[in-house]
Design a protein around this ligand. Structure first.
Ligand SMILES: Cc1ncc(C[n+]2csc(CCOP(=O)(O)OP(=O)(O)O)c2C)c(N)n1
Ligand code: SF4
Length: 272
């Protein structure tokens, strides 16, 4: 199936501003799905609210555009009832780690087979540029006109500590890596997190004098390095991209199946 067949053309033009990174993430996601050769009916995408979450409207899969921060809870419900389906949850940094932070850590802890894509633009884009838990100390936002004093999370470290079994990071500059990491995350059996640094030239960019979209992409290019590279030891400020965690642990739906079997056996007096 061609990439264009995965798109709902009737919802275009999309709502993203010119130069927004979220469209580049959509491109990588569709290419990953095309490479995997997945049937549209095998994919369920659940999202919350935000410019990033709007991806859900543009893809011709089974989609649930739900409430802010709760997409993982909806996805968990779908996955538990239909474990054979591929669950993908695109989230903004606010959606995933502010209002949705609790759902995020517990989905990771359970190791439920869901792919979470965190589109990190370090700002609440949709609502006009409020700072998020990923904006970082010293940044500017409409709600931090005199500079933000909150420190940010490291999404990859948080996801790993919470129990995610596949954790990766890339940026919209790394177009091929976006598709490759999403592909691997979908194939992974367990909770997978792909953080993608995605530029918001409109709110984060303007408030932080980050320049044009091209400047922001060049910033990603010049300030990232592959995990474990020598440059990181020379310049600890570089952001690592690549796969941080790739391990196999019991998956939640499989474990739940075993619980059902144990319960049935016990209730039938051990006859099954
Ligand atoms: C319960 C609830 N609280 C607040 C909002 C308002 N709201 C909508 S999107 C959003 C934040 C969006 O930021 P983010 O998730 O980072 O995504 P982005 O728009 O930057 O892609 C907020 C606060 C809401 N819709 N529902
Ligand atoms: S406000 Fe920012 S995140 Fe939202 S569409 Fe515009 S550029 Fe993208």
């Amino acid at each position: 199936m061609a990439v264009k067949d995965y798109i709902r053309k009737r919802f275009f033009p999309h709502l993203w501003c010119p130069g927004c990174g979220h469209g580049m993430v959509l491109n990588g996601l569709l290419r990953a799905i095309e490479k995997l050769g997945l049937n549209k009916n095998e994919i369920v995408m659940a999202s919350g609210i935000g410019c990033s979450s709007r991806i859900c409207g543009y893809v011709d899969f089974h989609t649930l555009h739900t409430i802010h921060g709760r997409a993982l809870a909806f996805a968990t419900g779908v996955k538990m009832s239909r474990p054979e389906l591929n669950l993908i949850v695109p989230m903004g940094d606010g959606d995933a780690l502010a209002i949705g932070g609790n759902h995020f850590i517990h989905a990771a802890r359970r190791n439920i087979d869901i792919t979470a894509i965190v589109m990190n633009n370090r700002i609440y884009g949709m609502t006009g540029g409020q700072f998020s838990p990923l904006s970082g100390y010293g940044t500017f936002a409409t709600t931090a006109p005199y500079s933000n004093i909150d420190h940010d999370f490291d999404v990859a470290k948080l996801a790993e500590a919470a129990g995610a079994t596949f954790v990766a990071r890339t940026t919209t500059y790394h177009v091929r890596q976006v598709a490759d990491l999403i592909k691997e995350a979908i194939l992974h059996k367990g909770f997978s997190v792909v953080e993608i640094l995605s530029q918001c030239p409109t709110y984060f960019g303007r408030k932080n004098k980050a320049g044009t979209t091209v400047d922001m992409l060049e910033h990603y290019k010049n300030n990232t390095t592959p995990i474990g590279s020598e440059s990181k030891s020379r310049d600890p400020g570089l952001i690592e991209v690549g796969v941080f965690v790739r391990k196999n642990l019991p998956e939640y739906c499989n474990e739940y199946d075993k619980v059902i079997k144990r319960a049935v056996k016990s209730l039938s007096g051990g006859r099954n």
